[in-house]
Design a protein around this ligand. Sequence first.
Ligand code: F6R
Length: 586
Amino acid sequence: MCGIIGYIGPKKASQVILSGLQKVEYRGYDSAGMAVFDGSKVSVIKDAGKLGAIHAKHDFLKLEGGIGLGHTRWATHGLPCERNAHPHADCSGKVAVVHNGIIENHRALKEEMVKKGHHFSSDTDTEIVAHLVEQGMNDGRSAEAAVRAAVARLDGAYALGILIAGTNALYLARRHAPLIIGQGKAGEMFFSSDIPALLEYTRDFILLNEGDVARIDPRGAIVWGADGHEAKRETLHVDWTPQMAAKGGYEHFMLKEILEQPAALSSAVSADVSAALPILRASKQLALVACGTSYYAGLVFQYLMHRQGKPCAAYIGSEYSSWTTGQEDVLIAVSQSGETADTLGAVRLAKEKGAKIIAITNVVGSTLSREADVTLFIGVGPEVGVVATKSFTGQLCVLCKLAYTLGANKQGLADLKQIPSLSAKILEGKHADIQKLAKAFIKRRDFFFIARGINYPCALEAALKLKEITYLHAEAYPGGELKHGPLSMLEKGVPVIALAPAGPLAPKMESNIKECKAREAELVVLSDDEAMRAEGARSLLMPTVPPELVPLYYILPLQLLAYHMTVLADKDPDQPRNLAKSVTVE
Ligand code: F6R
């Protein structure tokens, strides 16, 4: 969580940082701030609220100078307010720090610094870093030595950017949180938590390793590894363009990312999965780990592999340590960002026990892709909206391709090729109906989604989409589970959205639909069977699609439903409250 960015070079730093912060705001948006050195002093502007509102109130661009750093926050320690917003300064106001992560030993370090006379102005764990650096310099260390000594004392997770007046440099440190260095035109360097923040200026990056400390200045970068020695680090040229990470005329990123799925999925279905096959073929016990939407994509894979006779249990990242038997020799980790702490925690645990890791991610250079033995990229382009849309369907494409290739399923592989054109048809064909449905349901407070078998993860994902951006109550159940409890919640007019394609599970779904109707619930049935569709007044007739691809196709109108209900409720689908993209804390 938390987006960070820094710049050193001939441009006006506040301009570069503001445009970068606008692109990383999806990481956190409860407060934001910036510090710039103008050659004589470090000036800070920060406040609670969204970046645009803070800029309108304080005008970041009044900060002059060519060295600076900025932050957009998702609060962990301390309420979102001006005092707790980053950057945080030392007592002298010469050191400014931005941080993503959690410094676990901040309390003990603070006590020590307070005894030495330091005065703290915030409730955050981050501020300790500024005081440790200040103390190091008070003790006679150079700025560089003070930073390295301070970082050596930190426990926990951090991506740190540190500005020290008069050094003509920025200092960085990384442990369990994403941080990249951007190489600009001659004489300028950047750092950021995210590649999209810098695409306007560079597509060339230096990837920091766990435990690295670095210094950037107009001549370039110096990196010290965890062992304290100077180190060379991998460089990366990305083919993402600034346009891919821009709204491109759409009102919201979420709508853009939903509607661009046909093109994005054409790249996902052509992903090369071959590198993972030998490891999978040789595996004795296979498992998958992921969180949120990525976990639901993983559940679909669990069904596919079960049917293929090669079981693969799917685990939620944060639960993996409670469930692992330590027997799995291959773990598939699915993560759009490749930075999710819960997923990475599971990966590290499995690696310790000797498992091989196959990563499925969207972000080249992400921590997951660098820690895995083999990485498959879903290739759907930057996903900026906080909620996952095209990454879910992109993950499904790659997971299905993996399962079908492994199982030599020619028909399955042929079916994948139809995804770009058929998904375009569904998105175009159902959009108007979904807008009407959103209007009809805007006053409802509770929603139920039901499905069976491989379609159940799609119901889970549809409910997650709806609840996370509308803040309405939405739950998903296997159709057969309603009668074991949740049916008592149904009453007249409660919407029940049933995913009920024709097929072997249809008769049982029909019974479940009727059970809901008998309680006067309002049914919306998504089906390719006209008779089934007729069970609900506002139902959607879907095209007939391969049974294993129902989750991929049926989620499309339900993503649109969540989007339109959110916009009608005058809420922001791109930045839902309390959430942030890329969850880098456990
Ligand atoms: C929901 C959503 C989250 C993420 C989850 C995992 O719309 O975006 O549930 O799916 O935080 O994130 P990644 O895939 O980046 O590991």
